[in-house]
Write a protein that binds this ligand. Structure first.
Ligand SMILES: *[C@@H]1O[C@H](CO)[C@@H](O)[C@H](O)[C@H]1NC(C)=O
Ligand SMILES: *[C@@H]1O[C@H](CO)[C@@H](O)[C@H](O)[C@H]1NC(C)=O
Ligand SMILES: *[C@@H]1O[C@H](CO)[C@@H](O)[C@H](O)[C@H]1NC(C)=O
Ligand SMILES: *[C@@H]1O[C@H](CO)[C@@H](O)[C@H](O)[C@H]1NC(C)=O
Ligand SMILES: *[C@@H]1O[C@H](CO)[C@@H](O)[C@H](O)[C@H]1NC(C)=O
Ligand SMILES: *[C@@H]1O[C@H](CO)[C@@H](O)[C@H](O)[C@H]1NC(C)=O
Ligand SMILES: *[C@@H]1O[C@H](CO)[C@@H](O)[C@H](O)[C@H]1NC(C)=O
Length: 378
């Protein structure tokens, strides 16, 4: 005999199951950029896709049902990002800047912002650039909406910035309601810097893309750093010559450029990081004596277009073979990819693409890594 009871019980289970899966499919993604909520319901979580900050130390993100509270902890710049079509929350911390999700047109005041927005597919949302030093060819050549912001005409600059929803800047202006300060380049560690893609993503509901992108970089990075052998760890110094100028009281100096991310890149690439208690020297001879045992030099002097300029800056010449970095031709610069105005990808893609930088560093330390025919990018 047909068991009606069991049939109905199963039917009810199936209906409940279908209902639940339909409901969770509905809620599986954040609204895509440009879309607003039509009928607001205070009980709905409008951000089922979230990011969690795992490595970076200079920003925080807290999710609420219809808004996200985001903070750059280095500058204390705080943002409430409200899903458009839903109410702006009350009782926000003083000074909180309110933005709609998602931002439409943005200004980019610092080149380091470009790769993050490009990686999230947001190039067409960049409508104003604060710097002509961008290396991204697609941004320069293909974005016909692009305005270069005037730096010498304040009236014009204000007019230009009035057309954007927000401007991403490495400088912080807590009293400018449209300025979003970013500290990606100073977050201490290669993967910290890369994880800032999550910071940018939350303004556009692009959490899923940010998670995918960051996980790829971090998996790749963590895999690559297993390649160097443990036998030899050449000593690597990151240095610069600072010519006399109005910025330094017309006094030249030679510096060891210490930063945590430089130490991590050096060590993960198989080198030994050179550091010193004295970071700045007023004579080239005291500087050279400090770095006399260094195997590999990374010259970060801003202007040094060729090796003769390098020798002149450091009072060296090509016969000074007592220095291993000269004898072994182991002097490197960060200008492998630049634009005609000498804007460098080192200040652009290298901030996000930690895995690419690690491959380059590895190749500097051991020319057979990551592969024998590897061509450095940066
Ligand atoms: C945000 O979007 C709402 C529509 O949801 C609009 O009324 C409001 O002016 C927008 N606010 C800002 C700061 O752009
Ligand atoms: C320029 O802006 C318009 C309107 O926002 C957009 O539809 C278009 O794709 C943009 N063009 C480019 C080349 O990014
Ligand atoms: C500055 O820009 C404004 C607005 O475009 C323009 O009217 C003014 O002539 C400019 N000033 C100078 C000195 O170029
Ligand atoms: C900061 O923003 C305010 C408001 O837009 C503006 O008046 C001020 O000139 C800005 N300060 C700097 C240093 O740019
Ligand atoms: C610049 O040099 C002058 C003369 O030696 C000195 O008095 C002054 O304090 C210096 N300024 C700075 C900013 O170092
Ligand atoms: C390098 O040395 C300086 C001075 O001793 C120290 O303050 C700094 O933390 C060191 N850098 C790293 C990355 O360990
Ligand atoms: C090297 O660069 C300097 C500028 O710093 C320039 O004066 C010089 O002509 C260049 N030398 C060569 C060989 O290109």
């Amino acid at each position: 005999m047909f068991d009606y009871k069991q049939f109905y019980v199963r039917l009810i289970y199936i209906i409940i199951f279908l209902f639940l899966t339909a409901k969770s499919n509905d809620a599986a993604e954040n609204l895509s950029p440009g879309n607003c909520v039509q009928t607001y319901d205070s009980g709905t979580d409008y951000f089922p896709s979230k990011v969690t900050v795992t490595t970076a130390s200079l920003f925080t993100i807290k999710y609420n049902n219809n808004y996200k509270l985001v903070m750059n902890t280095a500058t204390k710049d705080t943002f409430a990002l409200v899903q458009c079509g839903t109410p702006v929350p009350t009782g926000l911390p003083a000074g909180t800047k309110v933005f709609n999700i998602s931002l439409n047109n943005v200004a980019v005041m610092d080149t380091s912002v470009v790769p993050y927005l490009e990686a999230l597919g947001l190039r067409s949302h960049i409508t104003a650039l604060g710097s002509p030093f961008v290396t991204s060819p697609c941004l320069q050549a293909l974005n016909s909406n692009l305005t270069i912001i005037s730096t010498d005409n304040m009236t014009l600059e204000i007019q230009q910035l009035s057309k954007v929803d927000a401007s991403f800047d490495s400088m912080s202006n807590l009293s400018d309601p449209k300025s979003i300060s970013i500290s990606a380049a100073s977050d201490p560690g290669p993967l910290n810097r890369a994880e800032w893609i999550k910071f940018f993503s939350v303004f556009f509901n692009l959490e899923d893309s940010a998670n995918t992108f960051y996980n790829q970089i971090s998996d790749n990075y963590n895999c690559l750093k297993k390649l160097p052998s443990s036998n030899s760890h050449p000593l690597v110094a990151w240095v610069a010559y600072n010519e006399p100028s109005s910025f330094n009281n017309n006094t030249a100096s030679w510096t060891i450029n210490d930063a945590p991310y430089k130490k991590i890149f050096t060590e993960d690439a198989g080198g030994t990081y050179f550091n010193s208690t004295t970071l700045s020297y007023s004579t080239s001879s005291s500087f050279l004596s400090a770095i006399s045992n260094v195997d590999i030099l990374i010259d970060e002097t801003f202007v040094a277009p060729n090796i003769s300029a390098f020798y002149t800056n450091f009072n060296l010449n090509s016969n000074d073979n007592q220095y291993k970095f000269i004898k072994n031709n182991a002097i490197y610069r960060e200008d492998g990819l630049s634009n005609p105005s000498d804007g460098r990808d080192w200040f652009e893609n290298a901030i996000l693409l930690a895995d690419d930088v690690l491959e380059d560093m590895m190749n500097v330390i051991n020319p057979n890594l990551p592969t024998k025919d590897y061509k450095r990018l940066l």
